[in-house]
Design a protein around this ligand. Sequence first.
Ligand code: HEC
Length: 229
Amino acid sequence: MKTEFSRFILGLTAAFALPWLLLIVLPYYQLSTIEPELYSEEDEVDAAASYPPAWTGASSDGESVYASSGCIYCHTQMVRPTYAGVDMWRKGWGGNEEDGLARETRPQDYSGDSYAMLGYMRIGQDLANVGTRHTDRAWYHLKLYNARTQVVDSNMPSYKNLYRKRLIDGQVSDNALKLEGRFAVEEGYEVIPTEKAEALVDYLLSRKMDAKIPGQGVEKEVAAASTDK
Ligand code: HEC
């Protein structure tokens, strides 16, 4: 009886410990040692640059707005490899297709983030490369203020709390949202983005994982040379 009980406890421990070791501890040690890679001369990228490039703009403030607004419940930031999904066939998801830089996500892509916003559900599109697909700030503000200004039946929630409605002081502000039709506000009022909204848009614009991968240009040339023979 006693041995059966200790076997049960042992089995239970193993059932929890093994997945913990394989899914958490091992990947942690494999991925936490990733360092930025330097470009070599053959890559024809600015010599001082390294991969992945540093994020620009106020994107780290935007990261916390992204986290606290719950965007992660509906959006992922991960272009899956082709064996695991159809992401690479979706236009613009893999990034800059015109320059041949579209690709799957690599672990290094997240090293500039303080937290990798991988997400787990796709009610909306993947946002790993949204900064390549959309480059207009006003477009992002309209989407966040009310997604239905662009997609009639969108079920993305409105983030009006990131905007202020105020009386127009003299003339309309440069950054006021261009709200038309049923979204228009009363005469004499305007809607302007708060700092949080601006930071979130900076963060979204920075979502483009299309930096050249060190050594890849060389590999391609070698491959081309060997097929020439
Ligand atoms: C309840 C789910 C939900 C939440 C939460 C949500 N979204 Fe969305 N989002 C969607 C859906 C659905 C779409 C597609 C329809 C549309 O474009 O409006 C979308 C579309 C988008 C797009 C357009 C993507 C493209 O490629 O056209 C952006 C950008 C976006 N969301 C950003 C955000 C941000 C930033 C947040 C957090 C502040 C957020 N979303 C929160 C559901 C959600």
